[in-house]
Design a protein around this ligand. Structure first.
Ligand code: PEP
Ligand code: MN
Length: 263
C-alpha cells in the first residue's frame, strides 16, 4: 500500500492546519516535552508567527533512563489542546502504548510513533484504527525496508494518513547524537508515495547544527521538517542541547523560505 507503484502521486496528508506532501512544506515545531501552560502557549505563538504549520510537544515521553522526566501525560495533552485553541495550530504528539491511542487521538491531530516504537506492531495496528494522522519515525537501527513495512501495518489497518520521518540512525560516528542520512529523502520519494519529514534536532543532537540540516533537507526535497523549539532551551526538561530558541527558529525559518522558494 505504501509503494509508489500503488499510487504514483505523492500523498498529501492533511491534519488540521498541517499539510504535508505538497507546497509549501509542512513545518512542525515545538518543545521536546510539554512542561507548563506558559511554556507551551508561548512556544506555540512564537513558532506560528515564524511560519510553523503545526505544534509538536511530548506528553508521553519514552526516555532512555527511567529517572529522566517522563512527561506530563494527560495533563500535557490538555495543555496542547489549550495551545491549539490559542493559535489554531494542529497538534503532533507521541503515543507510546496501544491502550493510549484513543486518549491521545482525542487531543491531537497527529499521533507520533517514536523511533523506539517503530516496530511495536500492536501500537502500529492501534494507530491504523485511529481517527488521526500518523508521523512514523524511523527506528535508529531500522532499514528503509523495515520502515516501509512498519508503515504498511498502519495503512493496512485502514489509516491512509501516514507521514514518514527520518530522524537519524546509529552509526560508529559520535560527533553527532545520530547520523542523519539526507539520502533517505530521494530514496523514499522514489519508493513510496508517503511524504517524508526530516528531524534535524534528533538527527544531529546539537542546537548549532539544526538550522544547517533543516536547510539541507529542504534543498534535498523533504516534504516537511520537525524541529525542537523552546523559549528557554537551557532549562528544558528534555533535549535542550538540540533545541532552538524561538528567535533562532525565526531566523532559521527566514533562511528556509529562501531555499524552499528555490527548490
Ligand atoms: C521526540 O520527538 O522527542 C523523540 C523522542 O523522538 P525520537 O523518537 O525520534 O527519538
Ligand atoms: Mn526530543
Amino acid at each position: 500500500l505504501a509503494s509508489r507503484e500503488a499510487h504514483t502521486e505523492t500523498s498529501v496528508i492533511r491534519a488540521g492546519s498541517l499539510e504535508v506532501g505538497g507546497k509549501p512544506i509542512g513545518v512542525i515545531a515545538g518543545p521536546c516535552s510539554v512542561e507548563s501552560e506558559e511554556q507551551i502557549v508561548a512556544t506555540a505563538k512564537a513558532v506560528k508567527a515564524a511560519g510553523a504549520t503545526a505544534l509538536r510537544g511530548g506528553a508521553f515521553k519514552p526516555r532512555t533512563s527511567p529517572y529522566s522526566f517522563q512527561g506530563m501525560k494527560e495533563d500535557g495533552l490538555k495543555l496542547l489542546a489549550t495551545a491549539r485553541d490559542e493559535t489554531g495550530l494542529a497538534i503532533v504528539t507521541e503515543v507510546v502504548s496501544p491502550e493510549d491511542v484513543d486518549l491521545v487521538a482525542g487531543y491531537a491531530e497527529v499521533l507520533q510513533i517514536g523511533a523506539r516504537n517503530m516496530q511495536n506492531y500492536r501500537l502500529l495496528e492501534a494507530c491504523g484504527r485511529a481517527d488521526a494522522a500518523v508521523l512514523l519515525k524511523r527506528g535508529p537501527s531500522a532499514t528503509m525496508e523495515e520502515l516501509l513495512l512498519a508503515a504498511e501495518y498502519i495503512l493496512d489497518g485502514g489509516n491512509s494518513r501516514v507521514m514518514l520521518c527520518e530522524r537519524g540512525i546509529r552509526t560508529f560516528e559520535s560527533h553527532t547524537r545520530f547520523t542523519l542520512p539526507l539520502a533517505s529523502i530521494p530514496y523514499l520519494q522514489q519508493k513510496t508515495h508517503l511524504p517524508v519529514v526530516i528531524d534535524p534536532s534528533h538527527g544531529t543532537g546539537h542546537t548549532y547544527m539544526v538550522s544547517a540540516l533543516a536547510k539541507g533537507a529542504i534543498a534535498a526535497g523533504a516534504d516537511g521538517v520537525i524541529v525542537e523549539v523552546h523559549p528557554d532551551p537551557e532549562h528544558a526538561k528534555s533535549d535542550g542541547y538540540q533545541t532552538l530558541s524561538c528567535d533562532a527558529f525565526t531566523t532559521m525559518m527566514a533562511e528556509c523560505r529562501r531555499i524552499a522558494d528555490a527548490v
